[in-house]
Ligand binder design. Structure first.
Ligand code: HEC
Length: 121
């Protein structure tokens, strides 16, 4: 389900649940399930990230699962990955240094959604 629709639905549920005092539970749900996997994969596909990355196997780049593993429990994970995806750092592909592709989007929240998506593989 698209996040926006899901969100509206939950806001409605939240309003209904408010009287019963369970609003907080609904909002906690919103905070933990905030990754829109569909949108993240869509943007990654458009940016040809899957040319070098797969979710769970190594290609020219490490799998997103491996990346998530590497950053597990690190407080600065989101910032590190965000920087990697927006500043064209040099990486090695087939023994040659080249500029890493940047994730292009006009919307910063969309980029952060992909960062969260990768880190939650
Ligand atoms: C030409 C191949 C190639 C493409 C295209 C590519 N990557 Fe990568 N990517 C790599 C390689 C190689 C590494 C490993 C870099 C290293 O560990 O030094 C990497 C590493 C990463 C990392 C881990 C960074 C870290 O700090 O460990 C992330 C996240 C990432 N890529 C995301 C993306 C996204 C998102 C896209 C699409 C915009 C993308 N990549 C497109 C080759 C590619």
């Amino acid at each position: 389900m698209r996040f926006a629709r899901w969100f509206t639905l939950n806001v409605m549920k939240c309003k209904l649940a408010w009287l019963a005092g369970s609003c907080l539970i609904v909002w906690t749900g919103v905070a933990t399930a905030a990754v829109d996997a569909e949108a993240a994969e869509d943007l990654a596909r458009k940016n040809k990230c899957f040319k070098c990355h797969a979710i769970d196997k190594k290609k020219d780049g490490p799998s997103y699962k491996k990346i998530a593993e590497k950053y597990k429990g690190k407080a600065d994970a989101e910032q590190k990955v965000y920087t990697h995806m927006t500043t064209n750092p040099k990486v090695e592909v087939d023994g040659k240094k080249e500029e890493h592709a940047a994730l292009k989007s006009k919307n910063d929240a969309e980029i952060r959604n992909v960062v969260k998506w990768i880190l939650s593989r």
